[in-house]
Design a protein around this ligand. Structure first.
Ligand SMILES: *Cc1c(COP(=O)(O)O)cnc(C)c1O
Length: 356
């Protein structure tokens, strides 16, 4: 039976990305060696990194003066690298969920942290809108897509100070104005690559402004200078990321990804709103994520939750159980998710409705 992969992360990748990576694992570039057994400094591998960096810049329209890095450690390590490198006195953070909260926790070790607003009191079911970012902050940190709660900033915010964003789960799903940010980072395992590589886009002249010592491996400058080769980078996930970047380009770039994401999300939200069994969890519809679509059973059908999960699983739906902190359901519809899979989930919801 066909599986419809709604996993939140690691998550669905385009079939051809998996096939090309599998091929390179068997034989990299006709070298007779596996991608897993070559040096990251092999002359054939440098072009992989170079092309991945070039495609990042092209697809996201990154201005001059920025570097693209491929590191280890996940988005979670960036929670501490960001303040290590950029927080001298004060930083502003928007608290939109568990990931933002973790970033805030790390930043507090480095300076004053102003939490400009939080939707914690409402289990992060909306993104706060009325707040002031202090004009003397070193940066303003946002999480553009809140993977667990299904809220998303669909446009870049305005801020009196440079922004930094965790874009782990919506990178390459919409055009972004990179010039508003001094740093954009994320774990690649949501919309770009298998787990193991972290992408960082950093503005070169924003570095070197803090007075503290930064440990070598945690200093972005080290990796800018080393072209992501200061130490051994995650070779295999970088190769897979390159295949995804090529796939995005061949499929029309980020504007097209956004169009498709919106179309898929609107189909599913329309069904959630129409179907008497279900309701969406995000309270401000403008905040509804195109990437992670969260919904629960309506109160009068609450006891059908386990039944629906079983019903949908038997029909090939994978990964639709909501995050343990939220419950209900979450359908993650990243770039690689075909419309047909979204339709299959909708069919499931309609069939289940008829049964009840
Ligand atoms: C998954 C996720 C993270 C954590 O990423 P790791 O690579 O596992 O550290 C952080 N932020 C967001 C928004 C995420 O979706």
């Amino acid at each position: 039976m066909k599986k419809h992969n709604f996993n939140a992360g690691p998550s669905i990748l385009p079939r051809e990305v998996i096939e090309k990576t599998a091929q390179a694992i068997l034989d990299f570039n006709g070298s007779g060696l596996s991608l897993m057994e070559i040096s990251h400094r092999a002359k054939d591998f440098q072009p992989v990194v170079d092309e991945a960096v070039a495609l990042f810049k092209e697809l996201l329209n990154i201005p001059e003066g920025y570097s693209v890095l491929f590191l280890g450690g996940g988005a979670s390590l960036e929670f501490c690298m960001v303040p290590f490198n950029f927080l001298e006195k004060k930083a502003a953070y928007l608290n939109t969920g568990v990931w933002a909260k973790k970033a805030i926790k790390e930043a507090k070790a480095f300076g004053e942290v102003v939490e400009v607003a939080s939707s914690a009191e409402a289990t992060y079911t909306y993104i706060p809108k009325d707040y002031t970012v202090p004009a003397d902050a070193d940066y303003f940190h946002v999480t553009t897509n809140n993977t667990i709660y299904g809220t998303e900033l669909h446009e870049d915010l305005d801020s009196p100070v440079p922004m930094i964003a965790d874009m782990s789960s919506d990178i390459f799903s919409r055009p972004i104005d990179v010039s508003k940010y001094i740093c954009i980072y994320g774990g690649a395992q949501k919309n770009l690559a298998p787990a193991g590589v972290t992408f960082v886009i950093v503005k070169n002249d924003a570095l070197g402004k803090v007075s503290r010592y930064i440990p070598t491996m945690l200093n972005y400058q080290t990796h800018v200078d080393g072209g992501s080769m200061f130490n051994t980078p995650p070779v295999l996930p970088i190769y897979a990321a390159l295949q995804t970047l090529r796939w995005i380009k061949a499929n029309g770039g980020v504007a097209e990804m956004q169009k498709r994401a919106k179309e898929k999300a609107e189909m599913l939200y329309a069904e959630i709103d129409r179907n008497k069994l279900f309701r969406g969890t995000v309270t401000d519809k403008a905040d509804r994520s195109y990437m992670n679509i969260c919904f629960v059973m309506n109160d009068e059908y609450k006891d059908l939750e386990a039944d629906f999960l079983k019903f949908a699983t038997e029909k090939g739906m994978v990964g639709i159980k909501g995050h343990r902190s939220v419950g209900g359901f979450r359908a993650s519809c990243y770039n690689a998710m075909p419309k047909e899979s979204v339709q299959a989930l909708i069919d499931c919801m309609q069939e289940f409705e008829k049964l009840h």
